[in-house]
Design a protein around this ligand. Structure first.
Ligand SMILES: O=C[C@H](O)[C@H](O)[C@H](O)COP(=O)(O)O
Length: 152
């Protein structure tokens, strides 16, 4: 797969480890930075990565922060992106299988690097189940466009 990855200053070592992990498994990795631990603002990194995913330049994206919370918020402000903050393999499986999430977010201050690898493995190995989950994604898309599901 073609995988874009970004990290803010809190997650540079975790990003380096995941880049190596992905490359060792034959994935094409697009490391969009940052590459040192000078303080940066994560929203611009999130936007850059999400645009790569939306354009089709990347099949999926990985965003790393300290907690990952703000990064998830930033990514999900971009129309068409479904970003999921996953701190265990259960969440990763649900995010992919039920939510067809396109951007994985993790927090380097929350999980250990080996846990991040296991989460990423589940992320890459889990396919979208469709069915009723597809109907829910269509409903989320209505909300994203400013519509309502309330039927008034
Ligand atoms: O939710 C936000 C992120 O996980 C950031 O890594 C974090 O907020 C950055 O904060 P600071 O600039 O204090 O390291």
């Amino acid at each position: 797969m073609r995988i874009a990855i970004v990290a803010d200053h809190n997650a540079v070592p975790m990003k380096a480890r995941l880049v190596d992990w992905l490359a060792a498994r034959g994935h094409e990795v697009d490391d969009r930075g940052v590459h040192d631990e000078r303080v940066v603002d994560y929203p611009v990194l999130c936007e850059d990565l999400c645009r790569r995913v939306l354009s089709g330049a990347a099949d999926t994206g990985v965003v790393l922060g300290g907690s990952g919370s703000g990064e998830q918020m930033a990514c999900n402000k971009i129309r068409g992106i479904r970003a999921a903050l996953c701190h265990d393999t259960f969440l990763a499986g649900i995010a992919r299988g039920n939510n067809d999430a396109t951007v994985l977010v993790m927090g380097a201050k929350v999980i250990a690097p080996d846990a991040a690898e296991r989460i990423l493995e589940v992320w890459l190995d889990t396919g979208f189940r469709g069915g009723r989950h597809a109907e829910r994604l269509a409903q989320i898309a209505v909300l994203e466009r400013g519509g309502s599901l309330l039927g008034d």
